[in-house]
Design a protein around this ligand. Structure first.
Ligand code: FAD
Length: 403
């Protein structure tokens, strides 16, 4: 479905190389054929698109900041565009991939020894194994740095983990779960590679979720789980190293939020062109055009921020506060855009496949309701809007408002 006006209004895609633009075209074709048409069904059934794993691996989409792929150079800028495109087709699929390659693989790349990287990265990049990232706990979300309660106790050549984790994407079926736990001896947060299944580890899928429904999030219980010292991430010295992982992935989440906004905007443009009221397509009314113009302006400003923050990452200069500002700003604009887009789609905008009521030639997967609901989780995870704003506020004032 070609929008009348491309969402990339200022042609930011030209910041990519020709090879990258061609690769992006191939990825878009895959998403249009194999992801978008089935996204509503997966969402409704709350089922992760696990059948896509071999295709995602084949296309080299399990790339992260440290893995080169067979298909393209792996710049942060290109990774960002890819995250945007996947999210534009289906935010749940983008999160399913993001947890595995963004969070878990980056944790191993940043925190693992050479041996650990060599053991795990090729299998994870090939999609032979699926990984999860267990940081958040039932009692600690925004304050995990200070509050994390899961404990790790060293006994000889192994560790014993005890505690609980919440909201862990892919957690119920992952082969490998990165668990962050506090060492009872020195009070520092350490990372552990928990190979599942293993005694004492249990995971229950969180039911009745109303955002990113096709991501299976889990409650995890750790009861005297034994992990070998060899499976402790050797280069993690404390929470400051976890923050390095989050700095790298937060920019990708900003791109993901941009994809949610673009997906919703495209639904609204298509709907407005086909929906007739008062004898004319609603696209012809000034108030509808203003909403579309506001949405496109928000998307354009967000794209500029995303492009620049990724360029800074590629130049090795991106800071925590720059990543935090990108995540906060783009998710806030995303929320505005999905609301405008939903409004334009009227009552049909609250139903999966609501555009089918128009009898128009809009393909499956253009469901503004799905983007509207998914935006809420993207706004909240990897640091809420508030927490990311406070990271920027700390940089401006030199005063941390959240400790
Ligand atoms: P809380 O921290 O309880 O915050 C509640 C509200 O209070 C928020 O609005 C917050 O901004 C505000 N608040 C808190 N402290 C302050 C303050 N000092 N000043 C001002 N406002 C404040 N975690 C993982 O580890 N792995 C995953 O794979 C994962 N996937 C997720 C997927 C989904 C769909 C969701 C919803 C969450 C996921 N998370 C995951 C957890 C996510 O990172 C947390 O939800 C997030 O960090 C917020 O924590 P919380 O939900 O406990 O909210």
């Amino acid at each position: 479905l070609a929008p009348v006006l491309e969402a990339d209004f200022y042609r930011f895609q030209q910041t990519l190389t020709d090879t990258e633009q061609r690769a992006l075209g191939r990825i878009r074709a895959f998403l249009d054929a194999e992801v978008r048409p089935f996204a509503d069904d997966h969402w409704e059934q709350a089922r992760s698109p696990r059948h896509l794993v071999p295709r995602i691996a084949e296309l080299g989409l399990y790339a992260n900041a440290f893995e080169r792929t067979r298909h393209f150079d792996n710049s942060a800028l290109f990774r960002g565009w890819v995250a945007m495109e996947i999210s534009r087709a289906d935010p749940s699929t983008a999160t399913f991939i993001g947890v595995h390659s963004g969070l878990a693989m980056t944790a191993i790349a940043v925190g693992g020894s050479e041996e650990q990287r060599a053991e795990w990265m090729p299998k994870l990049a090939a999609g032979e194994l699926i990984a999860a990232f267990g940081l958040t706990e039932p009692g600690h979300g925004s304050d995990t740095a200070k509050g994390l309660e899961t404990t790790a106790e060293r006994r000889g050549d192994h560790w014993v983990l005890n505690g609980a984790k919440r909201w862990i994407g892919n957690g119920a079926f992952a082969d490998l779960v990165v668990i962050w736990a506090r060492d009872v001896a020195d009070d520092q947060v350490k990372g552990f590679l928990v190979r599942t299944p293993t005694p004492g580890f249990s995971a229950t899928t969180i039911a009745r979720k109303q955002s990113l429904r096709a991501v299976e999030n889990a409650d995890i219980l750790l009861e005297d789980v034994i992990v070998a010292e060899n499976d402790r991430l050797q280069r993690i010295g404390g929470f400051r190293d976890v923050a390095v992982v989050l700095r790298l992935t937060r920019a990708d989440v900003a791109w993901q939020a941009l994809g949610v906004a673009v997906g919703a905007y495209e639904c609204a443009v298509a709907y407005a062109a086909h929906r007739v009221q008062f004898g004319k397509p609603i696209a012809s009314y000034q108030l509808v055009q203003q909403k579309l113009a506001d949405a496109l302006a928000a998307i354009t400003a967000s794209t500029a921020l995303c492009v620049r923050v990724s360029q800074l990452q590629d130049e090795g200069e991106q800071t925590d506060q720059q990543a935090a500002m990108a995540k906060a700003f783009v998710t806030a604009r995303m929320r505005e855009v999905v609301a405008l887009a939903r409004e334009i789609c009227g009552g049909n905008g609250i139903q999966l496949g609501g555009h089918e009521q128009l009898g128009a030639d809009i393909p499956p997967g253009y469901s503004v309701a799905r983007y509207f609901a998914d935006a809420e989780a993207v706004y909240t995870f990897e640091g809420t809007y508030d927490m990311n704003s406070l990271i920027v506020g700390r940089a401006i004032t030199g005063i941390a408002a959240f400790v």
